[in-house]
Design a protein around this ligand. Structure first.
Ligand SMILES: Nc1ncnc2c1ncn2[C@@H]1O[C@H](COP(=O)(O)OP(=O)(O)OP(=O)(O)O)[C@@H](O)[C@H]1O
Ligand SMILES: [Mg+2]
Length: 356
């Protein structure tokens, strides 16, 4: 099954006109992101539209979102990898094959994929099989938090805490002397903040809104620290009592304080990581502090809140949503010939690529 370059994505091309041979691939709950060192970033939503009766896949990626309105009475939107884990092999295959097929690549394509710290061997094998079936000839896997650190401009030789907040999960890695001294995957992410908005509107206004409307409200108005400009958005929902559709305006003031619970859980996860730092490493790690990445970390003020509550410096790159994919492509460009055997988790080797 070879899907390579079937669909054609005109914007994702190398500046020198050459074909793409080495990519980083971040398979997330909300987004699937491809990175190439010269072509940049290509991102689609990691979603499939499934026929409710036949379970047939109608479309995947961004076109699934585009068709959703029209087909919502007979189709379901499905996200096949949640909390960093893979839930449906066939749907995941369609999404990965579609995205890999959308970029102009050589037949010999090398890929480094991001995986959670605790992925079991069976799932790791399945991920490599999916990449192979998508036409990728050589694949490697790296811990997502390590990749995020590198994509944010750091190196695995630093003493630092990498915190990657996705839509469904947060991956944390404490690095010291080129080693991961603590790593964890926490079930908290941007979608928990969306759910808090949805619940608040249901409780306060008696109005049901979809999770995607709640997400849009969070992205435009949400804040966990003061200083964000006041604004408002017009939304549509349904009255809980009658089911009638209703339009309303939500202002940033309305949702002040709604993020308390997910924010607390997120901060606690990072606090646990800090508590687990071996005492002889604390000083070195606190010197560099936290590198904060992932789309879920982009809620206004999270860096400041983390800094104030945890008493540690926090650095967040501007395009933090793409840090994992960017880091994976950087790692791909550094894999030495002697390590090129394919289908291997190379997390423990990455620091070596930075030693010379
Ligand atoms: N400007 C913004 N403000 C707040 N949140 C944002 C913003 N932009 C994106 N997000 C959030 O980022 C999340 C998606 O981020 P990301 O692409 O890193 O997740 P993912 O990698 O697909 O998920 P996971 O890592 O859990 O598998 C969504 O929850 C989205 O609402
Ligand atoms: Mg992610």
């Amino acid at each position: 099954m070879l899907y390579l370059y079937k669909y054609g994505c005109k914007s994702f091309t190398r500046k020198d006109g050459g074909m793409i041979t080495k990519i980083g691939l971040d398979l997330g709950y909300a987004n699937i992101t491809v990175s190439d060192m010269t072509a940049g970033i290509y991102r689609e939503q990691s979603v499939a539209l499934i026929d409710k009766d036949s379970r047939r896949i109608i479309s995947v990626g961004n076109s699934a979102i585009e068709q959703w309105d029209e087909l919502s009475d007979r189709a379901l939107l499905v996200r096949p990898f949640k909390n960093g884990l893979l839930f449906d092999r066939q749907i995941t295959q369609s999404i990965v094959s579609h995205v890999v097929g959308s970029i102009p690549v050589e037949e010999k394509l090398r890929c480094v994929i991001g995986i959670p710290s605790d992925l079991i061997a069976k799932q790791e094998k399945e991920v490599f099989a999916i990449l192979s079936d998508a036409g990728i000839s050589e694949s490697y896997a790296v811990n997502r938090a390590v990749a995020a650190l590198i994509g944010a401009g750091g190196t695995p030789l630093q003493s630092v805490i990498s915190v990657n907040v996705g839509a469904s999960a947060t991956e944390i890695a404490v690095m010291h002397n080129g080693q991961i001294t603590y790593t964890s995957r926490e079930i908290i992410g941007g979608e928990d903040f969306d759910k808090a908005v949805k619940q608040y509107i249901a409780e306060q206004g008696g109005v049901n809104v979809s999770l995607s409307v709640a997400r849009a409200i969070k992205e435009q108005l949400g804040s966990v620290w003061h200083g964000k400009e006041e604004s408002s958005v017009d939304i549509e929902g349904t009255l809980s009592l009658t089911g009638n559709s209703v339009k309303m305006t939500i202002s940033s003031e309305d949702i002040v304080g709604v993020f308390e619970k997910p924010l607390h859980r997120l901060l606690m996860s990072v606090a646990v990581a800090i508590k687990k730092i071996p005492l002889d490493q604390v000083e070195a790690v606190f010197k560099n502090g936290i590198v904060l990445t992932g789309g879920g970390s982009m809620i206004h003020g999270l860096d400041l809140m983390m800094n104030k509550v945890l008493g540690i410096s926090v650095r967040q790159p501007a395009d933090s949503i793409d840090s994992v994919a960017r880091g994976l492509s950087i790692i791909n460009s550094k894999i030495p010939v002697k390590n090129r055997v394919g289908n291997k988790n190379i997390t423990s080797l990455v620091a070596n690529y930075y030693k010379d």
